[in-house]
Design a protein around this ligand. Structure first.
Ligand SMILES: *Cc1c(COP(=O)(O)O)cnc(C)c1O
Length: 423
C-alpha cells in the first residue's frame, strides 16, 4: 500500500470533506522554499505551509538549536518550575514587542493563544467585580478553532454547526478604505449597547479571509475608542507576526498599543507547535492578589516546552539577521513589481501588497456558478505546475518563505499569470 492509501485508511485531515476531497500529497522532504513528494515531484511552497515557515524547510540553524536543547532538557513542567529557554525567550521578545507588553503566557497553538487572551479579558473584569462579558470582533475574522476563538471568528462555514453555544460576540465591519466611518460608528454603538470587555482583531491583514487589508490609521482610531472606554484590546498577530507585514509585528505600524498580543505560526519557524500571549502589567495586576480565586486557572501540559522555546529563540535570532531583513525587503519589492505587471490584466479585480504578503482577487461575473468551482480549478492548476498556493474563493495570495529565491518567486508569479488565462 502506498503512503496515500494508508493515509486514507487511518487519517482524518483538517478542513477536509473526505468524500469529495482529492487524496493528499505525501511529502517526504523539504529544503528552503522547496518540498518534494514521495515520487520526487518538486513543489515551491509559496504559502510557507500555512504561514509558519519564514526561514525555509529543514532549517539547520533551528534544527541544531532544537537538538542541543533536546539533549540538555527536553521538557519540565512549568507549574512551580522555570528554565532558561523560557526566561531568555521572554526577555528577547520583550525587546521587540510593543513597549507596554510586560508579561508572557505560553500555550501550544494560535487558537489557544487567542483563547487565553479572551479568558484574561473576561476574568480581568470578573476579578474587579465589573460585569463586562461581550467581546467585539471584526466581520470575517479568523481567530482559530477552539470555542472562544471560534466565537470570535466570523467566517460562518467554520462555525455554523455551533451557533448558539458561544460566548457573547458582536461584530463590526472591517475599516477598509471607504468603510472607516461605518466601522467606527458600529464600535461606538456596540459599546453603548453591550457590556464590552474586549476587542479582538487581526491587525492590518485578515489572513484566512483572503489577505484583506486595512489601514493602520483606521485601526488606531478603533483602538483609541476602546481605550477611552477601558476595553481590553487584543491583537491577534498569529499570522502577521515576525516580519510578514514588513515589520516585526503589524502593531509596529500603529500609534496606539494593544493590551494583549497573540503569537504562534512563525514563532518557532515551523518546527515545534508553540504559542504565546503577551499582556500589559495592568492586566497581570488584575490577577495579582492574596486571593487564589483571582489567579488565571489556565494552563497546558506542554506550557513553555524548553525545546519549543529554544526553537523560538533560534528563529528570532534568524529573523533579526541583516540577511533575513533584506530578504523581507526583497520579497516585498518583487511583489510590488509583480503588482505593476498584473494589475491591469482584464481578469484582475484588486491587488494587495503588504510586506511579504501579495493577494489578488479574480473578477467573477456570476457568483453562483463561478465561485465554488474556481477555487478548486486554481488549486489543481497550481499543484499540477509544482506550486503550492491555496486560493480562498476567487482570491489568490502568495506568502512565501522569506528565503525564497528570485527565480522561484518568478516561477510562482508566472504560474499565477497563466492561471488567469484558464479561469
Ligand atoms: C492560524 C490562525 C489562528 C489559529 O492558529 P492555530 O495554530 O491554527 O490554532 C488564529 N488567528 C489567526 C489570525 C490565524 O491566522
Amino acid at each position: 500500500m502506498s503512503l496515500t492509501e494508508k493515509d486514507q485508511q487511518y487519517l482524518w485531515h483538517p478542513y477536509t470533506q473526505h468524500k469529495t476531497a482529492a487524496t493528499p500529497i505525501a511529502i517526504s522532504k523539504g529544503e528552503a522554499a522547496l518540498l518534494w513528494d514521495e515520487n520526487g515531484k518538486e513543489f515551491i511552497d509559496a504559502i510557507a505551509s500555512w504561514w509558519v515557515n519564514p526561514f525555509g524547510h529543514s532549517n539547520r540553524f533551528i534544527a541544531d538549536a532544537i537538538y542541543k536543547q533536546l539533549t540538555t532538557l527536553e521538557h519540565v513542567l512549568f507549574g512551580g518550575f522555570t528554565h532558561e529557554p523560557a526566561v531568555l525567550l521572554a526577555e528577547k521578545l520583550m525587546e521587540i514587542l510593543p513597549s507596554n507588553q510586560q508579561k508572557i503566557f505560553f500555550s501550544d497553538n494560535g487558537s489557544t493563544a487567542v483563547e487565553v487572551a479572551i479568558k484574561v479579558a473576561l476574568q480581568y473584569f470578573y476579578n474587579k467585580g465589573e460585569k463586562r462579558t461581550t467581546i467585539i470582533a471584526f466581520e470575517n475574522a479568523f481567530h482559530g478553532d477552539t470555542f472562544a476563538a471560534m466565537a470570535a471568528s466570523g467566517i460562518s462555514f467554520y462555525t455554523q454547526a455551533f451557533e448558539g453555544m458561544f460566548i457573547d460576540v458582536v461584530r463590526i465591519p472591517l475599516p477598509t478604505e471607504g468603510n472607516e466611518e461605518a466601522s467606527f460608528s458600529a464600535l461606538r454603538r456596540h459599546i453603548k449597547n453591550h457590556n464590552v470587555a474586549g476587542f479582538i482583531f487581526e491587525p492590518l491583514v485578515q489572513g484566512a479571509a483572503g489577505m484583506v487589508m486595512y489601514a493602520p490609521e483606521a485601526l488606531d482610531e478603533l483602538l483609541k475608542i476602546c481605550r477611552e472606554n477601558k476595553i481590553i484590546t487584543i491583537a491577534d498577530e498569529v499570522m502577521t507576526g515576525f516580519g510578514k507585514t514588513g515589520k516585526n509585528f503589524a502593531c509596529d505600524y500603529l500609534k496606539q498599543q494593544p493590551d494583549a498580543v497573540c503569537l504562534s505560526k512563525a514563532l518557532t519557524g515551523g518546527t515545534i507547535p508553540m504559542a504565546i500571549t503577551t499582556f500589559t502589567q495592568e492586566l497581570f495586576d488584575g490577577f495579582y492578589s492574596e486571593d487564589i480565586n483571582k489567579a488565571l486557572f489556565h494552563g497546558h501540559t506542554f506550557t513553555a516546552n524548553p525545546t519549543g522555546c529554544a526553537a523560538a529563540l533560534a528563529s528570532l535570532e534568524l529573523l533579526q539577521t541583516e540577511a533575513m531583513q533584506e530578504n523581507i525587503i526583497r520579497v516585498n519589492k518583487r511583489h510590488l513589481e509583480f503588482r505593476q505587471r498584473i494589475q491591469d490584466h482584464p481578469r484582475v479585480a484588486v491587488t494587495r501588497v503588504l510586506g511579504v504578503i501579495f493577494a489578488l482577487e479574480i473578477k467573477i461575473e456570476n457568483q453562483e456558478s463561478y465561485y465554488g468551482t474556481m477555487r478548486n480549478t486554481l488549486y489543481d492548476f497550481f499543484i499540477e505546475n509544482g506550486v503550492i498556493l491555496r486560493p480562498v474563493g476567487n482570491i489568490v495570495y502568495i506568502l512565501p518563505p522569506y528565503i525564497i529565491s528570485d527565480a522561484q518567486l518568478e516561477k510562482v508569479y508566472q504560474i499565477v499569470e497563466q492561471a488567469l488565462e484558464i479561469v
